[in-house]
Write a protein of this length. Structure first.
Ligand code: FUB
Length: 342
C-alpha cells in the first residue's frame, strides 16, 4: 500500500506526460472512490476491481466485482491502510453479481454501506449493509432498498441531519430500462435515443430515519443549462451518465457526475438538495481508462478530489484510486483539474 507521491514525479503515462498524482493502493485494484471523514479520519469506499473473464462491452459486463474493501488514512499524503473484506456478494441474499460503485454514511452509532448489484433477473438494485465499524464487516439487509434501481448510490447528509440518496447511470447502469417504474430487460442498451429531448436524469430520494429505505419515491435530478433549459440527450459533453456525488460549499449544493462516453467529471450548482442544478463546468479532464468516477470531501481544512485511472494496469477493468487537492475560485466555481502535469 502506497501513499500519494508529489505531482510530476513517478512513472510516466503512455504518452510521456506525468500523472498529477499516484495510486493510493498498488497491491489490488480499486475504483469509484467515495470518501468520507468520520471522527477526523478519512475513509474511502471504493469498488474492488478484479480481472474477470468477461469481454469488454458497452454495458460494463467486464466490471465483475465481487466484494468491497475499505481504505483509511490519518493524514493527507500519509499511509493508506487497506482493510479486509467489508462485504462479499455471497453474503448478500438478493444479489447475483457486479458489486459496482458503493458509498457509505453514518448515523447514531451505525455505519451504512450502500451498493448496487445485479439481482438474479439481471436488474441493478441498490442494497444496504450495516456495521458498528466504518471499515466493516457489514451485514447486508435481506432485500434491496424498496423502489431502488440502477447504480452508483451517493448518500449525502445535509447540515440539518437529513440524508438523501442520489443514484443512477445510463447504458450499463440501466436508467433507460427503468423509465416506467418496472425494469424492462428488453429496453434500450444506451439512452432514450432522443438527442433533442431532455436527457435521462439521475435520481434523488430522501432517506428514512433508519437509513435503510427511501422516505419518498425517487425524483428526477434536473440539470439545466445557462438558459434554464434541461440538458439534452445529445449533449454528451454535459449530460448525466453516471457517478453522482453531492457536496455542500458555502451554502450551495454541488451535484457532480461523469459524462461517461465523453469522459469528463462535471458539476452543477443549486439551492436545494433536490435541485434543480445549473451546469457550471468541468472538475476533471479525462483520465486514462474509459470510466471516470469521483468524490469530493473537505478534510483538515482543504478540499480533496478522489478519482481513479488505469495507471497500474493500462486496462479499463483494473483501475486505481487517487486523490488530489481541489480549489474553488472566489465566485464558488471549481478550478478544472488536469490529471496530467504540463
Ligand atoms: O465500477 C463500475 C462502474 O463503472 C461504476 O458503477 C461506474 O460509475 C463506472 O465507474
Amino acid at each position: 500500500t502506497a501513499a500519494a507521491t508529489t505531482a510530476g514525479t513517478g512513472p510516466l503515462a503512455k504518452d510521456g506526460r506525468h500523472y498529477l498524482s499516484q495510486p493510493l493502493v498498488t497491491d489490488f485494484y480499486t475504483a469509484d472512490p467515495s470518501a468520507h471523514v468520520f471522527d477526523g479520519k478519512l475513509y474511502i469506499y471504493p469498488s474492488h476491481d478484479i480481472d474477470g473473464s468477461a469481454k469488454e462491452d458497452d454495458l460494463g459486463g467486464h466490471f465483475e466485482m465481487r466484494d468491497y474493501r475499505v481504505l483509511s488514512m490519518d493524514e493527507p499524503g500519509g499511509k493508506v491502510t487497506a482493510h479486509s473484506v467489508a462485504l462479499d456478494v455471497k453474503d448478500v441474499p438478493w444479489a447475483d453479481k457486479q458489486m459496482w460503485a458503493p458509498d457509505a454514511a453514518y448515523k447514531n452509532g451505525t455505519y451504512y454501506l450502500y451498493f448496487p448489484a445485479k439481482d438474479k433477473a439481471g436488474a441493478f438494485r441498490i442494497g444496504v449493509a450495516t456495521s458498528k465499524s466504518p471499515v466493516g464487516p457489514f451485514k447486508a439487509e435481506p432485500k434491496p432498498i424498496t423502489g431502488s434501481f440502477s447504480i452508483d448510490p451517493a448518500v449525502f447528509t445535509d447540515t440539518d441531519g437529513k440524508s438523501y440518496m442520489y443514484f443512477g447511470g445510463i447504458w450499463g447502469g440501466q436508467l433507460q430500462r427503468n423509465t416506467t417504474g418496472t425494469y424492462d430487460p428488453n429496453g434500450s442498451k444506451t439512452d432514450l435515443g432522443a438527442d433533442d429531448k431532455p436527457a435521462l436524469t439521475p435520481k434523488v430520494a430522501p432517506m428514512a430515519a433508519d437509513m435503510k429505505e427511501f422516505a419518498a419515491r425517487p425524483r428526477d435530478v434536473v440539470i439545466l443549462d445557462e438558459k434554464g433549459k434541461p440538458l439534452l440527450g445529445g449533449d454528451h459533453d454535459r449530460r448525466f451518465f453516471e457517478a453522482s456525488w453531492m457536496h455542500k460549499y458555502k451554502g450551495k449544493y454541488y451535484f457532480s457526475y461523469s459524462t461517461g462516453d465523453t469522459h469528463y467529471l462535471v458539476y452543477a450548482v443549486g439551492d436545494s438538495p433536490f435541485g434543480p442544478f445549473t451546469y457550471k463546468g468541468r472538475i476533471l479532464e479525462p483520465v486514462e481508462g474509459w470510466t471516470t468516477h469521483h468524490s469530493i470531501v473537505e478534510w483538515k481544512g482543504k478540499w480533496w478530489l478522489f478519482y481513479a485511472d488505469t495507471q497500474l494496469s493500462g486496462q479499463t477493468r483494473l483501475r486505481n484510486v487517487k486523490m488530489t487537492e481541489l480549489h474553488y475560485n472566489p465566485d464558488g466555481t471549481i478550478q478544472t483539474i488536469d490529471p496530467f502535469v504540463k
